[in-house]
Design a binder for this molecule. Structure first.
Ligand code: COD
Length: 302
């Protein structure tokens, strides 16, 4: 069980400095985080957009832009395209979303000619550090990209997450497939998928992790709750990652953890040629910095 996300900053600092291409960094949130990450030596920041506007914003907020690279692309679509192309041509090692709509960036990433597709499913993984659980780290997928994943997509989501866990040093992540209850109920498709995934894992169709489910959220994260329900499982109460059934359930759990429990997090899109750092405007500077570090650690191991 991991605690405290600061290890990501340490791992990132100790590794090779990755080149981070940021599309449209006009918001003070992303620009501030990139300047901070660059200043700390975590990444080399490449800012793609209207340079004048970016510099003005940096000046307004006293951000240090010393050493950052500027690539001039005034139009948002061209800047997004350029940022994606810099990653596909290996001029940059990872991508970050600035002040551009998530769907616009993701569509550019999925572009068949110059995007970052690999043939695998792309999915979003968020690692949360939860103060109420002694800063325990719990991952969650997918609350950011795949809306209503079927069983096949859930396999893809798990495989992406497992690869990421291995890269950050967790050799056998414990994955809880969530539903509303901890028993299989044929009227609740999420519980059927959870049972199928558990069997696929036990028959080595999905490797590198231990999957169990269905679980309700409480018995996935609390050993006491699991005990009260009489659930015996290596994952019950100890889950490293929660596989959620829909984007709404994942997004809601994530927002509760970040904004109602004072937690921090780190989120990236996996399964593309390189990781994509995707944060929301309201995320704290720490969450953005940790997300950059997570992306850079994953990129450095590819
Ligand atoms: N992985 C790999 N390929 C994909 C994926 C994926 N997750 N999703 C779509 N594709 C491919 C399809 O196979 C197809 O070839 C092409 O992309 C277009 O597929 P569509 O028509 O289903 O995709 P779009 O363009 O309508 O939508 C793709 C988005 C990623 C934009 C869409 O799924 C989306 O908006 N997701 C939610 C993102 C969001 O709003 N997140 C906010 C919460 S933070």
């Amino acid at each position: 069980m991991m605690h405290d996300l600061d290890f990501l900053l340490e791992k990132c600092q100790a590794g090779k400095r990755m080149n981070l291409a940021v599309a449209c960094p006009y918001g003070d949130d992303v620009l501030g985080a990139v300047c901070e990450a660059h200043g700390r030596g975590l990444v080399n920041g490449i800012l793609i957009g209207d340079s004048e506007q970016i510099k003005k914003k940096a000046q307004e907020h006293h951000f240090d832009i010393e050493g950052l690279t500027f690539v001039e692309e005034k139009d948002d679509y061209s800047a997004t395209e350029k940022a994606v192309q810099m990653v596909s041509s290996q001029e940059a090692d990872l991508l970050m979303k600035g002040l551009v709509k998530t769907a616009v960036l993701l569509r550019a990433v999925l572009n068949k000619e110059w995007g970052l597709r690999t043939g695998s499913l792309l999915s979003h993984l968020f690692l949360f550090e939860i103060p109420l659980l002694n800063r325990r780290i719990i991952g969650l997928s997918d609350g950011g990209m795949n809306m209503y994943p079927d069983l096949n997509a859930k396999v893809g989501i798990i495989e992406n997450a497992v690869e990421c866990y291995h890269k950050i040093g967790v050799d056998n992540p414990l994955i809880a497939a969530l539903g509303a209850v901890e028993v299989v109920n044929p009227d609740m498709p999420a519980t059927l998928d959870a049972a199928a995934l558990t069997l696929m894992n036990s028959r080595s169709q999905i490797k590198g992790c231990t999957i169990d489910g269905p679980f309700a959220l409480d018995n996935a994260i609390s050993e006491e709750a699991a005990q009260i329900k009489g659930i015996e499982s290596p994952v019950a109460g100890k889950a490293d990652m929660l596989l959620v059934p829909t984007i709404e359930s994942g997004n809601l759990i994530g927002k509760v953890l970040l904004y109602m429990t004072g937690g921090r997090g780190a989120g990236v899109i996996l399964g593309a040629r390189k990781p994509i750092v995707l944060t929301s405007r309201f995320d704290s500077m720490e969450t953005k910095l940790l997300s950059i570090a997570l992306g850079a650690v994953v990129a450095s191991k590819e």
